[in-house]
Write a protein that binds this ligand. Sequence first.
Ligand code: GLC
Length: 914
Amino acid sequence: MLSAAVHISGAGPVPGIMNLSQPLTPISRAYLAKSLSNSKPVLHDAMKSNSCLNKKPIVKLRREINISLVIAFGFCLISIVLTAQAVVLVPPVSTRSNIANGGWSSLGAMPAPAWDGKTLMFHNEQGTLAVTPLSDDVIRVRFTRAQAFGRDHSYAVVDRDLGGANVVVGIGSDSTVLRTATLKVTIQHDPLRISFANNPGEVLDADDPDRGISFVGNQFRDAKLLRDDEHVYGFGEKNGSLDKRGWQLGGYNLVMWNSDTYMHNSSTDPMYVAVPFLLVMRHGQAHGLFLDNTWRSSFDVGREEPNLLTFGAVNGELNYYFINGPEPKKVIERYTTLTGRMPLPPLWSLGYNQCRFSYFPEARVRKIADTFRKDKIPADVIWLDIDYQDGFNPFTWDKDRFPDPKKMISDLRAEGFHTVCIVDAHPKQQVGYAPYDEGMAGKFFVKKSDGSVYEGKVWPANAAKNPGPSVFPDFSKPAARLWWGWLYKDLLNLGVAGIWNDMNEPSVFDSVRGTMPPDLVFDNEGQPSTHLELHNVYGQLMSRATFEGLSQFRPNERPFVLTRASYAGGQRYAAVWTGDNTSDWSSMRQSIPTLLGMGLSGFPFVGADIGGYAGMPSPELYSRWLQVGVFSPFMRSHSENGRPDKEPWAFGKKFEVINRHIIELRYELLPYIYNAMQQASQTGVPALRPLFLEFPDDEKLAGTDDEFMFGDDLLVAPVLHEGMTEREIYLPKGDWFDYSTGKQFTGGQKIKLPVTLDSIPMFVRAGGFIFRQPVVQSTDQMPGNPLKILMAPAGKSESSLYEDDGETLDYRHGEFMKRRFHQTGDDQETTIKISAADGSYRPVKRNLVLETWMDHQPKSVTLLTGYEMAGKILLPHLMGDALAKSKSGWSFADGRITVKINDGFKPMQFVIER
Ligand code: GLC
């Protein structure tokens, strides 16, 4: 509930606004004049893109003619396509110059607002503006050119009820000030400009005094000041550097328009996913901005004008949320309270996934599975791409290639494999094909403005037999989503474990834009609108239909859905992979900032095609990429069709051994990975984290995107360059322990580490707990295996471990086990306490193995258990491999002490006397 005391104060200075000239880089008229006359060349947001929006015909051609010819032809086509796209879809951006000459108006004076206890409402002939505090830390700003707001509807936001705020509002004649416990929002009336400050009065975010909100036609743009010492992150799936200030404040102009970007590279924009959310960091303090608008939007991070952050869309409302931190993790937590969080994934989906376009026929699929088991390379999932289908038609099987899918899937399951099948967004237009007939009967397909059903060419148009155009479900129609969800019934009855939704930008082959025409009509949940409004949300709504369908049929199982396209909030329904990347070193390096940025933007379950989709990696590149993949929340190797084999064994014996070790590491770390993913499902804070998120006060880490944290305690600096023999690593402040040797390093500096082909430099934070297990061949084999806990020494630290059955929703009813781990250490002894378990789930009987590094052999290890730790057992010291054979005891070798006991899931304490 909002409680408010309204003070009507007289005119007077508005501190938030007046302060601006101090902390912000001054923007003088002279500077403006200079920057306008001298403006650097600005690549148009779509023109600078390398995206190949019209990829599919290229893919088809590639089969017929020489690849290089196709690439050359492709680039010509790209320029034509992009020029056309830019002309058709991209209205000019409102810059200071075109405000002056392009018909843009800036929001002028607004009379003093009305306050109804929840919202401040401003009106003038230019429009209506509402400022609503949703909590002490989240303020919503909504502006429409109309005299009243339209439907308040969002595909992203699930919860605006954020608990309310204790608000004090002061309405003066010049300005209105709204205070919450942590924020001070100052709204200057003439011209209307908004600024957000924290309680000490430090300005966090402020409109550009010259411009603020501006508009022309249906378009709007908000201009905010950007300081040189601010770093800007997020924006969902974006290539380029992690910090969108770019190199030496070069800045990025980023577009939100979901696009099929075959062979994307570091300058490709837009990509497949639209998340209009950003996180600003300045000297350890963070805030976020989320523009909830599904139309084509764009963000200019100091590119057009170095000290301006501007954002806007071609239509719809200016509807943004200011999200306070000050810790960056708090911004993500609050953003994902608004837009929802990733549900806890099934454990098997966190294992190793093997895919290719496409494994067929059945014998080949079986052979792939058998090879994993025969060669003892762990794996959990085999993926079937479009060639399993009859003529690439969703919900069909090619019976020549797969005569008995049920038997094949159940045999694979017996070998410990789950099967995931692709289902694209484009049923073929063909009478007699059930998805088409039913969709027509239900009026479930996207329509043209004349009411007829839209048809476009996608994969079914490339089928060898009986090719034809496709129709496209209108996923913005609730009944169509329900129907689409039901279509999964047969696949699920065959035992399919998860679904992969692709081509849902939506991608259309035979169009200049690479997608549907702008004027198609969508239901938009009861308020019909055009493709332009629904485009960015199409993939998110498709994955929602899938997720809800799977939930219907398997009500107590965790659905697994992978999608290529999505919109803010899409984390509620599906994991995302970064589409059709390239088999080269720079693409591998690029995958890190891209995945880190997605995690910051609410999408923690993400991965890139390991090895690269288009092209063929060298054996070294494939292994290095697999090493990066160990720390991708979603770990899948995938490949384009027509390429040589890219399985972990396909690069020769020497690399098979290396690749096996890498995948084994993933399985060894699975308890830790699962724990970190569970945290992400609770808080939104991703498992894969940029260093600045964990160490916000260390300014040196601002742009770091070649090393990262996984979970709370593991720093990873993968080798990212060919032929590297030494890796330079910056370790943040504090002590760090080399994961494999236990060697201790002091942080706050760069170190150099010699590396070989199988090195993955990894460091455990002092006091960190890494939860592990012995290598297993699939997650099926986990129960009964010991829980291994690697603990890095420190004066004091704590952690927790979450476990459950890994597949059902019983955890929602308390069927989980969560234990806290606490350690203290000094010269005399190290004490490790394990708390009583929360939740009613208990794993099957197993051992607990505790490992930590010590510089000399300890004197004794005592175990205390039971009520008030009354039971005291002096554990036996065992030599050689005696510990392996014994039920309990401890051993010491190579600076590492190992303690083994039966894990009774009861509170216990170890005392290691030095
Ligand atoms: C798209 C996907 C790719 C898939 C192919 C065939 O290009 O991005 O992963 O293999 O379609 O379905």
